[in-house]
Ligand binder design. Sequence first.
Ligand code: BG6
Length: 455
Amino acid sequence: MGKVPSDFLWGSATSAYQVEGASLTDGKGPSVQDTKKLPANTTDFKVASDHYHHFKEDIALFQELGLKAYRFSIAWSRILPTGQGEVNPAGLAFYDELINACIQAGIEPIVTMYHFDLPDALEQAGGWANRATIDAFVAYCQILFDHFGDRVQYWLTINEQNMMVLANESVLSGRKSVQQSFQENHHMLLAQAKVIKLYHELDYAGKIGPAPNIAYAYPASSAPEDILAAQWFNSIRNWLFLDVPVYGRYDPQAMSLLQAMQVAPEFASGDAEILAAGICDIIAFNYYNSNTVAANMPEKGQAQTPTADFSVPYFFKSVSNPHLAKTEFGWEIDPIGFRITLHELYNRYHKPLLITENGIGGRDELAADGKIHDDYRIQYLSAHIQEMTQAIHEGVDVIGYCSWSALDVVSTHEGMRKRYGLIYVNRTDTELRDLKRYPKDSFYWYQGVIRNGGV
Ligand code: BG6
């Protein structure tokens, strides 16, 4: 197989609350991640991987690794401690240093503006249910553009909005209705459209786009009912979140499903025009695994409400795929599904694609020889990179690939037990230890991949 283009952005990623630590340091306000309840024996995010204090050393390691890009997120409440109003100069100064260090190391900064860490003050005022949050997000993004726009060429609006909406813990526990969740989703789509429009009006030369989690869903069989179920599933899991930033309107099939479930969002006057005016330049997306779905004909009268396993009675239900192996945390592994997803995305949208996350979580341990032998990660990444390279040769316009994660970070729900990094961070859920960094075997393997242009 040939190489990828020489300007390809070989990268790796993290997110602010999972990596930085210093969760209330130097004026940072709390985010919803700092106030949420965590499972037992699982670390909080107070120290995380302490990237806030170790970023120079981390970037030196990224440079040794040969990264061409580093995708990180900016913590909204580090810039604006209550989400709006007074700017925290120490917050701007931290990201100034981080961005400058990347550039000096020849690493392109790719910035996500919001990665699961809404400022808690905004959450207390209603969060995304409150339309005022839309304007707060636009004002925050304008600060970022004004301050960092001269150096940052790649901007991502919202990380995995679809997972925030579809796997919403408040909905699944019954504290919030499904309709509320799709109303909040609508407000996020409006906020994103306004920010994209603003960025274009400010006339920067860079690119901006959304960053959902996209994975093409297979039908469980060739039965037409299963194929229809897969279409419904794809519409609400994938296209709902990309048709808006690419075409400026909801995917009609997804909207008809929302209407059938009686959870369609209410549009205020002018909303359709706002969505139509914010068209993205690139599509960034995260890929971990595929989905398989079957028709779902339940008892008559059962409500059309989604369930925790991503099923909607009368439309589809998630099933496991007998052809796929699973990670030790139960996630299906499907590198060919990655290639299929790349083709589907490019066929549907014809926009440059940027992979912002792809990786495997496992229980890595420091071996007696002072190394971390993560062959399973090398296998996972290698298989996915091969399929991506194949898709590029088959005509898909992919501009970059970021593995998740550059260094070990705190997993969203499983603390430090579930590690994704190319660099080990010496701490556990219960012991902080010395936080020393150790390149894993996958670090040296990825270094070779980058050096050889993907081969
Ligand atoms: C993505 C998120 O959902 O997957 C990351 O953008 C997250 O923040 C990653 O860490 C892996 O998920 P998890 O739950 O295993 O940490």
